[in-house]
Design a protein around this ligand. Structure first.
Ligand SMILES: NC(=O)c1ccc[n+]([C@@H]2O[C@H](COP(=O)([O-])OP(=O)(O)OC[C@H]3O[C@@H](n4cnc5c(N)ncnc54)[C@H](O)[C@@H]3O)[C@@H](O)[C@H]2O)c1
Length: 330
């Protein structure tokens, strides 16, 4: 039986805990929150699980095989460092942090003391993404356009730039990550962000609510990723469109659409990508073989670099080269 700990007692901790409790040979054994009360109330839903308000206490008391880290971007850092120092494999929700320094510190620790990691870039596990990767093999890609158009999440941390990193880092990162996965590594990034509507409608909104990012890839492909969070709840458009020498591949919220001269084919997502990503991580922990994990901490760090390059470009008004981001890190 694999004993799993969960850190965070919010929405996505519950999603993962529910999936884990359906996997044979796995149990949610412990939960750590910002208070013991919140953690105990969460733990009540999982047979035999215990709640903790202090991470070190949970890790010392329980013999955990792996831990899920489902906290907001600003809360990362010490948690992962503690897990690495104890050699505990972890699954961490995206984004890795609101900044680049925090994951940089974690990457250094992982280099010294590797543990199995997985990051919640679940788009990679979608049926549509698997099909997309197959379809892209036979064509010459020119451009990619992506869009994450939605509403502003209700949780207060999301609206605060320092706490969440803003929409591009917090949500559009899924598209950026899939872009890297499917179309290659970024060479340079140019971004424009604006604050048009939401700061007038709500208090304490310091994140941008509109933005466009141009990514020039090392292989010459050009991508634009655009996002807004001004839409009303329940209205959204999220997708990536690939323009290539045989036609168009459109990955949207439902699946993938292929349009070529005489043919249009639609593939709908069937399997739940969250279940797939959880099973991949659990299998890796059980077997010690992490080849089924499609996004580990090292890979996700590359996505974080491009996202932070976009933020820097929007702040400075100039194009940012990934080479320079890497130079500053080393
Ligand atoms: N992959 C996806 O599709 C997906 C979907 C939703 C959320 N997420 C990600 O999951 C993360 C959490 O999002 P959420 O919607 O669950 O947020 P949430 O606000 O509902 O929950 C966050 C929880 O973390 C707790 N927390 C904060 N700091 C903590 C700390 N130091 N120790 C322990 N607990 C702490 C809070 O008390 C809260 O219970 C975010 O990074 C978000 O982007 C991913």
């Amino acid at each position: 039986m694999l004993n799993i700990g969960i850190i965070g007692t919010g929405w996505f901790s519950k999603v993962h805990a529910n999936i884990l409790s359906e996997i044979e040979g796995v149990r949610v054994k412990a939960v750590c929150g910002t208070s013991t009360e919140k953690a105990e109330s969460f733990a009540l839903e999982f047979d035999g699980a215990r709640g903790y308000g202090v991470l070190e206490e949970m890790l010392e008391t329980e013999n955990l095989d792996a831990v899920y880290v489902c906290v907001p971007p600003f809360a990362h850092g010490d948690i992962e460092m503690e897990l690495i120092s104890r050699g505990i494999p972890f699954f961490v929700e995206k984004p890795l942090a609101a900044d680049l320094e925090t994951p940089g510190r974690i990457i250094s620790a992982l280099r010294e003391k590797p543990v199995i990691t997985s990051v919640g870039y679940h788009f990679r596990y979608r049926d549509a993404a698997i099909k997309l990767m197959e379809e892209l093999k036979g064509c010459q890609l020119g451009m990619v356009t992506g869009y994450w158009m939605g509403s502003m999440p209700a949780v207060p941390w999301w609206r605060n730039q320092e706490k969440s990193g803003g929409q591009f880092i917090e949500q559009t990162t899924h598209l950026l990550d899939l872009l890297r996965y499917s179309a290659g590594e970024a060479e340079e990034v140019t971004a424009v962000f604006g604050n048009k509507v939401m700061h007038e409608k709500h208090e304490n909104v310091t994140v941008s609510d509109i933005g466009s990012v141009i990514v020039k890839m090392k292989n010459g492909t050009i991508a634009t990723l655009t996002n807004t969070c001004i839409l009303p709840d329940g209205v959204s458009a999220i997708g990536l469109d690939y323009y290539h020498d045989n036609g168009i591949l459109k990955l949207n919220q439902e699946g993938l659409i292929k349009s070529e001269r005489d043919v249009t084919i639609k593939w709908k997502d069937r399997d739940n990508p969250y279940i797939r990503e959880n099973r991949a991580f659990i299998q890796a922990v059980e077997s010690g073989n992490s080849s089924g994990i499609l996004s580990d901490y090292h890979d996700a760090y590359q996505t974080q670099k491009v996202a932070l390059a976009a933020l820097k470009s929007a702040e400075t008004g100039v194009t940012v080269k990934l080479e320079d981001i890497n130079k500053n890190i080393v």
